[in-house]
Design a protein around this ligand. Structure first.
Ligand code: AMP
Length: 215
């Protein structure tokens, strides 16, 4: 079972994906995380991507597609993946559709209005060690600013600053939103309400779609 989680930045794609992985024996592939790892490791891909990411722009398709294809070809992806943050443009979706080694079973579209996105991204905090995602108000850690799991100080992503957030939303509307029509016209899209205040309820509505796929 291979899935795409589609939606604006801050829609909760990563958070919900993490809650479904064990239950459905899936692996989460986040192109944003892959880029951040590459930046940390100071790889060539990381160096190419950094400027675009800091400005809240998309990394050019060629770089993203090559990186994603390399990752998805690895053995640990064979049991099924959730693609989180890929594809983000029509050319990326076309490259994925042309890749015969991976078949996408469903695209889960997280529907979330802009004001919810902005408040989620402004309050988002991340553990740099384990990647766990928190929110200062909606999903706070037990001790302020510290990861519950490993006691490490939480960080705020550079692109979660107000200016970059606004720019990412514009980029989403221009370049990523057309994917909704792309996948809907192919009968692959399932919408879920990603704005529900209860994260557990969003997890369950996504889980329902996955259960239906499993038959
Ligand atoms: P994310 O963690 O998914 O919010 O991604 C963070 C940043 O990584 C984005 O704002 C882009 O700069 C870059 N990025 C991640 N995935 C893609 C993609 N599929 N295409 C282009 N850029 C991407």
């Amino acid at each position: 079972m291979n899935l795409i989680f589609l939606g604006p930045p801050g829609a909760g794609k990563g958070t919900i994906a993490k809650r479904l992985l064990d239950r459905f024996s899936l692996l989460q592939i986040s192109t944003g995380d892959l880029f951040r790892e590459n930046i940390k490791g100071q790889t060539e891909v990381g160096m190419k991507a950094k400027g675009f990411m800091d400005r809240g722009e998309l990394v050019p398709d060629g770089i993203v597609i090559e990186m994603l294809k390399g990752r998805i070809a690895q053995d640990d992806c064979k049991g099924g993946v959730i693609l989180d943050g890929f594809p983000r443009t029509i050319p990326q979706a076309e490259a994925l559709a042309a890749d015969s080694s991976v078949t996408i079973d469903k695209v889960v579209n997280f529907v979330v209005p802009d004001d919810v996105v902005v408040s989620r991204l402004c309050g988002r905090r991340i553990c740099p060690t384990c990647g766990r995602i928190y929110h200062t108000v909606n999903m706070p850690p037990k001790v302020e600013g510290v990861c519950d799991d490993d006691g490490v100080a939480l960080i705020q992503r550079d692109d979660d600053q107000p200016d970059a957030i606004q720019h990412r939303l514009v980029v989403y509307r221009d370049q990523t939103e057309p994917l909704i029509a792309f996948y809907r016209s192919r009968g692959m899209l399932a919408d879920i309400d990603g704005a529900l205040p209860d994260v557990g309820a969003i997890v369950e509505s996504a889980a329902l779609i996955l259960e239906q796929l499993q038959g």
